[in-house]
Design a protein around this ligand. Structure first.
Ligand SMILES: [Zn+2]
Length: 243
């Protein structure tokens, strides 16, 4: 129950073996202030220089969730993120992008999970070590691959001292959406939303869609914070179309 309250995990989700998404909003000091958080996953793959270049140009901060394998393969991208510590906070997305589900044969979107809790702990710990080695800062936040979690995995990650990073607006569905759809999703952003998008697929429409959508949000008076700057709270009621 406490876990459900802390993370807004539906109780039926806890009871079943189906993994759950963690949905959160920013805990705005004053409601309806036009503040949102941008989070970017660097799962594997490449570096979207166009997206990061836009954020630097517009001074838009973001919380980056990077895997060890992304860090190892994208020295140029890491150097660019590190050269703007005032904008980019780099947090833990695991070592090998293994989803936070536990048990032999467990999968999310076809990606194999962890056979046991010890493997999950290694995934989290080794990812954190890679971030710390690359940035000098120990991560405080964890987001699992695919952003889906077994309740048991959530408990294990929190017991290791990490906050689990949810979201409320899925902007690019793993960098698979077309430009106009990304813009439409960002148009739906309201005060306190936590946006998830991807910075590891430079061939996608993500950079273009995000640039256009984020510019519109700026014109509506939005400013952006990292998760280190503001607490989050569970999103208790959610319209399905907003996720
Ligand atoms: Zn990922």
């Amino acid at each position: 129950m406490l876990l459900a309250l802390a993370l807004c995990v539906p109780l039926e989700g806890l009871a079943s073996s189906r993994p759950v998404e963690v949905h959160q909003l920013l805990a705005l000091p004053q409601p309806e202030t036009p503040i949102a958080a941008l989070t970017l996953d660097a799962c594997g793959g490449g570096y979207d220089a166009k997206l990061i270049g836009f954020l630097i140009e517009e001074r838009i901060p973001a919380t980056v969730f990077a895997t060890r394998k992304w860090i190892e393969r994208n020295a140029e991208g890491m150097a660019m993120l590190r050269s703007h510590p005032e904008l980019f906070d780099i947090e833990d997305h695991g070592a090998n992008h293994v989803p936070a589900v536990i048990g032999p044969g467990r999968r999310v979107y076809g990606i194999t999970g962890n056979p046991d809790v010890a493997h999950l702990e290694s995934e989290v710990r080794d990812g954190a070590a890679a971030v710390e080695a690359a940035t000098g800062n120990a991560p405080r936040w964890y987001r699992g691959a695919t952003a889906e979690y077994d309740p048991r995995a959530l408990r294990a990650i929190m017991a290791m001292g990490y906050k689990v990073a949810g979201f409320s607006i899925n902007a690019d569905a793993g960098a698979t959406l077309r430009r106009d759809t990304i813009v439409a999703r960002l148009d739906a952003v309201r005060p306190g939303d936590i946006i998830i998008a991807h910075m590891n697929k430079p061939g996608s429409d993500t950079a273009e869609g995000m640039a256009s959508g984020l510019k519109s949000l700026q014109m509506r008076g939005f400013r952006f914070v990292t998760l280190r700057e503001m607490d989050v709270r569970p999103a208790l009621a959610f319209h399905p179309s907003r996720i």
